[in-house]
Design a binder for this molecule. Structure first.
Ligand code: C2E
Ligand code: MG
Ligand code: MG
Length: 616
């Protein structure tokens, strides 16, 4: 571009741009605008650029050649001597004189104030340096109006770019880069060792279910509301940022109020955050629905040694601990958490390998039809035969499988394997063609490929679709997630049975069930357990409702004859539970179906024993 090669007489800049710098080939300051001169008590001329500013975008240290080769790109210079002051502007190369010109305007981060920077309002009024400068450049060759327009456009873009680079578009909050930058600057401040910083890392609980159920635009609405509530709860000097997804962070600086935090300050902010989120969020697209929220919060404090990355990692580990401890709470970082996280990472890696190493197993828990007390089939339940830790049950690794996305691969394996086993049962025994298998699905499996995976598994084994029941939990249908809705419909068209599992344990209402075409309702074992205390209301209501919607009822976790007796009388169609049989290895089930086998040693429950012994 012609204007960058044209010699730029320094005096012109002097008056036009209070925030300009002229740099020589060693990146030393030859000349500086009046406002920059004031940034350092001794003035800045003669200093190395790197002693005064850190170039923050997109990398930290540059050579003269690198800066010169990127004319018109937006650069940010973070002041090393005035925390909070960032200059945003452009580097222009004056090839004729071997000089670099930086012309910028101040851009103040959230925590800096005019007075703390020693700047006056006047500085800001005349600080539109990019506009002034470009205007002067252009006016030598173009019409003034044209130059003005160009200058305005350029300035808008610069502003936009700066904002976009450091803010989250959805909530308008600072993003991770800005928070990191702020944290680094705070921790680098000379008095930091005596001034404490606290980082609160926050992750919404169950946000995925909101997204799955109500669609992404409602998810966005929820995130915006959360952002607003966090900002309202935080003290004005705290930095609130969104890290992407459903993760937010809050940085508190004790330097604003003293030097270290007392026991209550940070905890009370965490408690207020938890409280404010409990207030249900109403969704503009679903006026009848208010989504209750909760979050898990991890807190980490600086002790004068941690880097910004250390602090964020510690807060993240503490947040993870809050999740594992039951969610909707906060935890403070302890060094033991680091060790735990290493073993988690290890576990994730091992799970990845487990799929290929063939360490996954399926157990089958028999399901009994109450009309005639016959086998209806079984529910496939996943286990991990870990090489050193033994047989792991789903709650020890399923979250990890969902978090890492491995559940998609694992789920496909479960479907294949369960169908293969069902084929064996049906083949081995005449009259067993109506036997079925039930497979649990996780919400994360609800993608475009699920229907194909199911269809392929059935087709490969030549099974009737009606033999396969797919169990989904109510989180998936808590709202009106279109993706889940469409997938469920496609599965239904395929002819498989759809069951709603663990009904009544989450948020969904009875009303919601009507919008979906489920074939079966599984009564959670919690409600079956209530029968022992004489509390039959929930079970009888669920049965009546399911029958009203033309659904079959399967009761889970049946452990006593009394429970079975009640369920039978109440018209429940099928039962499953330790009274009938625990989850069994496939070989044992095959033996049972043959009416023989060493199954008593495996202690299936007394009822199944009776059924099998009677040869029914
Ligand atoms: P679920 O689908 O509700 O499965 C029933 C759980 O209750 C099983 O636990 C089963 O072992 C247990 N159970 C059965 N009868 C009784 C009883 O009489 N008393 C008691 N106390 N418990 C009984 P499990 O195998 O640990 O599975 C836990 C959950 O993990 C399952 O709950 C299901 O949601 C999930 N899961 C299991 N396999 C898979 C899978 O392949 N994919 C997915 N996505 N989830 C799975
Ligand atoms: Mg289930
Ligand atoms: Mg269940």
């Amino acid at each position: 571009m012609a204007e960058q090669r044209r010699p730029l007489p320094p005096p012109l800049l002097d008056s036009a741009a209070p925030f300009h710098l002229v740099l020589d080939a060693e990146l030393r300051v030859l000349q500086a605008g009046p406002s920059i001169q004031r940034i350092h008590p001794k003035g800045v001329v003669g200093s190395a650029l790197s002693d005064l500013f850190q170039v923050t975008t997109p990398k930290v240290s540059y050579t003269f050649e690198e800066l010169a080769s990127q004319p018109r790109s937006l650069f940010l210079l973070a002041s090393m001597t005035r925390p909070g002051l960032v200059l945003r502007g452009q580097m222009l190369h004056d090839g004729d004189h071997g000089l670099l010109y930086f012309v910028g305007s101040p851009w103040v981060t959230q925590t800096a104030s005019f007075t703390s920077l020693g700047l006056t309002l006047d500085d800001f009024a005349v600080s539109d340096a990019v506009v002034d400068y470009v205007l002067l450049l252009q006016s030598q060759s173009s019409s003034l109006t044209e130059a003005r327009e160009l200058a305005a456009r350029l300035n808008d873009t610069a502003e936009q770019l700066t904002h976009q680079a450091f803010h989250d578009a959805l909530t308008g909050l600072p993003n991770r880069s800005l928070l990191l930058d702020h944290l680094r600057r705070t921790l680098d401040a000379p008095d930091h060792k005596t001034r404490q910083v606290a980082v609160l890392m926050l992750d919404l609980d169950g946000f995925k279910a909101v997204n799955d159920s109500y669609g992404h635009s409602s998810g966005d609405d929820v995130l915006r509301v959360v952002g607003g509530r966090l900002r309202a709860v935080a003290r004005s000097q705290d930095l609130v940022a969104r890290f992407g997804g459903d993760e937010f962070a809050l940085v508190m600086d004790a330097g604003m109020t003293g030097s270290t935090f007392d026991d209550r300050t940070v905890a009370s902010v965490a408690e207020r955050v938890l409280d404010t989120l409990r207030e249900p969020v109403s969704l503009p697209s679903f006026p009848a629905i208010a989504v209750p929220l909760s979050a898990s919060i991890g807190i980490a404090y600086s002790h004068g040694l941690e880097s910004a990355d250390d602090l964020l990692r510690n807060a993240d580990l503490a947040m993870y601990a809050a999740k594992s401890a039951g969610k909707s709470r906060y935890e403070c970082y302890r060094s033991a958490m680091h060790v735990e996280s290493l073993s988690r990472l290890d576990l994730a890696q091992q799970l990845r390998d487990a799929v290929h190493a063939g360490e996954l197993r399926l157990l089958y828990q028999p399901i009994l039809r109450l009309d005639g007390d016959r086998f209806a089939g079984a529910e496939a339940l996943l286990r991990w035969q870990h090489p050193t830790r033994g047989l792991l049950v789903p709650h020890e690794f399923l979250d990890m499988a969902e978090e890492t996305g491995l559940i998609v691969e694992i789920g496909a394996w479960v479907l294949d394997e369960a169908c293969r086993e069902l084929r064996r049962w049906q083949d081995a025994h005449t009259g067993r063609e109506t036997l079925g298998v039930a497979v649990n699905l996780s919400g994360r499996q609800f993608g475009s490929e699920l229907v194909t995976t199911v269809a392929t598994a059935l087709h490969t084994q030549g099974l009737e679709p009606g033999c396969l029941t797919l169990e989904v939990t109510e989180g998936l249908i808590a709202g009106e997630g279109t993706r889940a809705h469409d997938t469920l419909r496609a599965l239904k068209e395929l002819g498989v049975w759809l069951a709603i599992d663990d009904f009544g344990t989450g948020h969904s209402s009875l009303g919601r069930l009507r919008d979906y075409d489920f074939d079966e309702l599984k009564i959670d074992r919690r409600f079956v357990g209530d029968l022992d205390t004489g509390d039959t209301t929930l079970v009888s209501t669920q049965i009546a409702m399911a029958h009203g919607l033309d659904m079959r009822v399967v009761a889970e976790g049946v452990e006593t004859e009394a429970q079975l007796g009640y369920l039978r009388a109440a018209g429940c169609e099928q039962v499953q539970g330790y009274l009938i049989a625990p989850p069994l290895p496939p070989g044992t089930v095959r033996g049972l179906l043959a009416g023989a086998g060493e199954w008593s040693a495996n202690a299936p429950g007394p009822v199944l024993h009776g059924v099998v012994a009677a040869g029914r």
